[in-house]
Ligand binder design. Structure first.
Ligand code: HEM
Length: 185
């Protein structure tokens, strides 16, 4: 089947999977940078900011809107699965994450009380960012392992692949975290 002849639903898993890759990229690019790296750090931050604002948020919202629209049709309903509930929650959480991230940097953190206060927020933005990305990975796994469509249409190999690959991705991301940059809990 060609990509242009997919039913509307078919674009939902495609867009959301692709966008998870973009989000991972937007985080990985920044993860191991240090202020001593000067220009490289600036470029990494710019990639983080613009990938998230121009691609990740619009694409996650478009992908989720497809399902919100389809589940608005007669005979269907919203919040039928944990996948749908968590998916809705995490898309909203991603917008809040980005808004607070932006408020902590734009206009030298003026919106949050100045540069020092903005920088102090970064460690919380990092922590909540790792929670948000983990929730996206769990949502994707639930899409295959929980929903009627995912459960019915995927074979044992695909289900096992998802059950192994997504936790591995989360693990690979989390072991790269510089713990000293996170808040002391
Ligand atoms: C979906 C949206 C977003 C998510 C999930 C997210 C997630 C993250 C994560 C996980 C980190 C930590 C990376 C590390 O270990 O160093 C981080 C760092 C950061 N993010 Fe975001 N982010 C998002 C959007 C944004 C936006 C839109 C901005 C600003 C316009 C922003 C500003 C920052 C800043 C200032 C840091 C710390 C930079 C540093 O370490 O020097 N984020 N973000």
């Amino acid at each position: 089947m060609s990509i242009t002849s997919l039913p509307l639903f078919g674009y939902h898993p495609l867009i959301q999977s692709f966008t998870i890759l973009l989000l991972l990229q937007a985080i990985v690019v920044l993860q191991r940078t240090t202020p001593q790296q000067g220009e490289r750090k600036k470029q990494a931050f710019s990639a983080h900011q613009w990938l998230n604002l121009l691609l990740v948020l619009p694409l996650f919202t478009a992908g989720a809107s497809i399902m919100w629209y389809l589940h608005d049709q007669p005979g269907s309903g919203h919040f039928l699965s944990y996948h749908g509930i968590l998916g809705t929650f995490v898309v909203v959480a991603a917008w809040i994450q980005a808004a607070l991230g932006a408020a902590s940097v734009w206009w030298k953190g003026k919106l949050v009380g100045g540069e020092a206060k903005g920088k102090a927020l970064w460690k919380w933005h990092r922590l909540s960012g790792y929670v948000v990305v983990s929730l996206f990975l769990i949502t994707a796994a639930l899409g295959v392992l929980e929903t009627t469509w995912g459960w019915g249409k995927s074979g044992v190999l695909q289900k096992t692949g998802v059950a192994v690959a997504l936790p591995l991705v989360g693990f690979a991301l989390l072991i790269r975290v510089q713990r000293s940059k996170l808040p002391k809990l």
